[in-house]
Design a protein around this ligand. Structure first.
Ligand SMILES: [Ca+2]
Length: 147
């Protein structure tokens, strides 16, 4: 019953405490955002801001017990050939939820190079990145002129 309640909370809100149970969860770049410094807030959800439908990683996280363990670490939830552990900087599956983060708190809020989203296949991540690069930049003529 307790697991069911937790699952429902996770599905409906993207419970922020789950971020502390997944390595580097707050340092994965949100490839769907037009802002290159934006990071994902809810790795387990199709909507990176949380809430709503779970993505494949979120479904696996629930299936494997709502905690980072060998099973969720070794799984390749998005099927792109990299394990969830490899995508989140724990390739040997040694990270534990009690482990202290190795970065200063302010550094943890920025995306880290080398990490990727375990719920979005790499080819889709690359496609989002290319779309962002091709998007028109804000026009400088729209900027206010100096007084
Ligand atoms: Ca993967």
């Amino acid at each position: 019953m307790y697991a069911l309640v937790l699952t429902l909370v996770f599905i409906s809100h993207g419970f922020p405490d789950f971020n502390r149970k997944i390595p580097n969860s707050e340092r994965v770049r949100d490839v769907r955002s037009m802002d290159p410094s934006e990071n994902v807030r809810a790795l387990g959800h199709s909507n990176g801001f949380g809430g709503g439908r779970l993505n494949d990683f979120g479904e696996d996280f629930v299936k494997f017990g709502l905690i980072w363990n060998e099973k969720i670490c070794r799984a390749d939830s998005d099927g792109d050939g990299r394990t969830n552990g490899e995508e989140l900087g724990d390739p040997d599956c040694t990270w534990t939820p009690d482990e202290e983060l190795t970065c200063a708190d302010e550094d943890c809020t920025y995306p880290l190079p080398g990490l990727s989203h375990p719920g979005i296949p790499q080819d889709e991540e690359d496609e989002f990145t290319e779309r962002r690069k091709r998007a028109p930049k804000p026009s400088s003529s729209m900027a206010p002129s100096p007084a």
